[in-house]
Design a protein. Structure first.
Length: 267
């Protein structure tokens, strides 16, 4: 069976309990993590080692916390006070784990569905998602990765144009796929709010609420926005149920089309 799993954020204990609950079998099942597998929780290293050591049967899309780990591991940027992935930065197998993350995609095409960490801007179709992700992935896998990562923080450009530079395209794509919550219908991103969908900042809507959204006929599974509660929107599957904040860690059984949640066991 195949499962999509929401933001683990180093909550390895809860992940283990969830996998027990779904009777996970490594030789039978496949897991797709929706990004933010590390940070804020207490066991980032164990979580990442677990995914790495089962990498033939698991995959992940990069989330903003995974990306932040890459930046802290490879550039001179220091972790923030709230970051909890120092265990990875000090680990003997750090370079193996970081190399593994550098090879991960920003989006995964799964049958009729798309897996991405935060969402898809309304003006993009599936081929835009993959062609623009490829720009970022090529940079992450290039010899130039250190310089690339050191230039990727920032909120500009906040909208897409075909004549952006490679670095500008990368920055927009990273922000759009790993951080999007509210935007305009042309994909102009807004970064200041983490509110619920009914409290949108003026002029913006949650990315999935734009009526002319190009991908509205395709199922999108994503994490990142833990305060989305009980939204019922066709083809929209928010799976970050706030495990690291004492909520739930959730798996979606892609075969039987059902949600299975485990209450957070983190203290
Ligand atoms: Mn996130």
């Amino acid at each position: 069976m195949d499962y999509a799993i929401g933001d683990v954020q180093g909550c390895y204990k809860t992940l283990s309990a969830l996998l027990k609950k779904i009777n996970f079998k490594i030789d039978r099942d496949r897991l797709y993590f929706l990004g933010d597998v590390v940070n804020r929780g207490t066991n980032s290293l164990e979580t990442l080692r677990f995914i790495y050591s089962n990498k033939d049967n698991m995959d992940l899309v990069l989330g903003n916390h995974d990306f932040h780990l890459l930046v802290c591991a490879l550039t001179d940027r220091k972790p923030n006070k709230k970051d909890t992935f120092q265990d990875i930065l000090k680990a003997s197998d750090k370079s193996k784990l970081i190399d593994y993350l550098l090879q991960r995609p920003l989006a995964i095409d799964y049958k009729d569905a798309l897996f991405v960490h935060a969402g898809v801007p309304p003006q993009w179709d599936k081929s835009d998602v993959f062609s623009n992700s490829a720009i970022v992935e090529n940079n992450l896998q290039s010899n130039n990765v250190v310089s690339f990562l050191s230039q990727m923080y920032g909120n500009k450009p906040n909208s897409w144009r075909d004549n952006l530079t490679n670095n500008e395209k990368s920055r927009y794509t990273i922000n759009a796929l790993m951080r999007i919550r509210f935007c305009k219908k042309n994909g102009e991103l807004e970064f200041d709010h983490k509110l619920n969908t009914d409290k949108n900042p003026k002029g913006y809507k949650a990315w999935f609420l734009h009526s002319e959204r190009i991908m509205s006929n395709q199922r999108i599974f994503f994490g990142h926005w833990s305060t989305l509660k009980d939204i019922q929107i066709k083809n929209i599957y928010p799976l970050d149920h706030g495990c690291v904040w004492g909520g739930m860690l959730t798996a979606y059984d892609l075969t039987n089309r059902e949600l299975i949640s485990q209450r957070s066991l983190e203290s």
